[in-house]
Ligand binder design. Structure first.
Ligand code: ATP
Length: 286
């Protein structure tokens, strides 16, 4: 069953000015409950504009966003309620931490949602656990945390609202490789345990390959592909034409396939390639 449906969404910046720019052009797709959707595309392809329309932060110039079958703009006065249902983690969310303590920052959303003190506490602790924020950090100033910890605290603030859909715009941007790995695995764990719907915008094909069930590919404000991850990755030549480099390992696997080796379709990342190749290597070594 689809939880989120976009119908012919368009967004134009600066309508009627010399700077008019169509950033999203006639995009339609729907997301099933519990799916993890990756959104990829070259810089400037319209990804951020697209996702900011999912929680009513920006209103489409035309088209509809349906949440559980209802147009989110049906009752414009109630648009704030949508922001609790569709949680949005912006690029570099750590710049939005502003409270005295990490605890207060994480509790900001649940507090505004009108939860009781007991419920707020439960949500804060649950969100902190998902994002690996230890108890002792909760009482520190957010400014005393490391870059990676700040990022995770900011994400915890959105998770704590217990949204039906979680949207993350480039959550791993600027983190070192280990920080990226940790954060990605936390997102995957959150998705699995809560069985929530997650949309993840990323430049990194490797990140997307590791986590997404299906992928939306944006190019020049349009949706150009929407399919299961391995089917999208199998179209490496088309992706490269629009400036998206598939991971080297995916290329190697598809070359092997072309040469008649029976490589299963799901081998998209270094980890999956190692798992696949290890039995052969062990056999050789014997
Ligand atoms: N506030 C704005 N006013 C005018 N044009 C904008 C504005 N924000 C974005 N744009 C333009 O809209 C287009 C899409 O931008 P958007 O940020 O949605 O792309 P993106 O795919 O998220 O890029 P990135 O990966 O760099 O974040 C770009 O051409 C951009 O220059």
């Amino acid at each position: 069953m689809s939880i989120l449906e976009l119908k012919n969404i368009c967004y134009t910046y600066g309508v009627g000015t010399p700077f008019e720019k169509k950033a999203v052009n006639d995009v339609s797709f729907s997301v099933n409950k519990g799916e993890l959707i990756g959104i990829i595309g070259h810089t400037g392809s319209g990804k951020s504009t697209l996702v900011q329309m999912l929680n009513g932060l920006m209103k489409p110039t035309s088209g509809q966003v349906l949440l559980d079958g209802v147009d989110i703009w049906d009752k414009p006065k109630e648009i704030r309620k949508i922001r609790f249902k569709v949680g949005m983690v912006f690029q570099y969310p750590e710049y939005q931490l502003f409270e005295e303590t990490v605890y207060k920052d994480i509790s900001f959303g649940p507090f505004n949602k009108g939860l009781s003190q007991e419920e707020i506490d439960k949500e804060v602790r649950r969100a902190a656990k998902f994002t690996g924020i230890k108890d002792e950090l909760l009482y520190k100033s957010p400014f005393d945390l490391s870059g990676g910890e700040k990022r995770r605290a900011a994400i915890a603030g959105v998770i704590a609202m217990d949204p039906d859909v979680l949207v993350l715009d480039e959550p791993t941007a600027g983190l070192d490789p280990m920080g990226r790995d940790v954060l990605l695995s936390q997102i995957v764990r959150y998705h699995k345990e809560r069985q929530n719907t997650v949309l993840l915008v990323s430049h990194s094909m490797e990140d997307i390959a590791r986590v997404a069930d299906r992928i939306v590919v944006m190019n020049k404000s349009k949706l150009v592909m929407f399919d299961e991850t391995q089917k999208v990755f199998a179209r490496g030549d088309e992706l490269e034409k629009i400036g998206l480099r598939i991971p080297q390992i995916t290329k190697i696997m598809s070359q092997l396939r072309k040469r008649g080796v029976d490589v299963p379709e799901g081998i998209l990342t270094v980890d999956s390639a190692v798992d696949y190749l290890l039995p052969f290597i062990k056999k050789e070594a014997r």
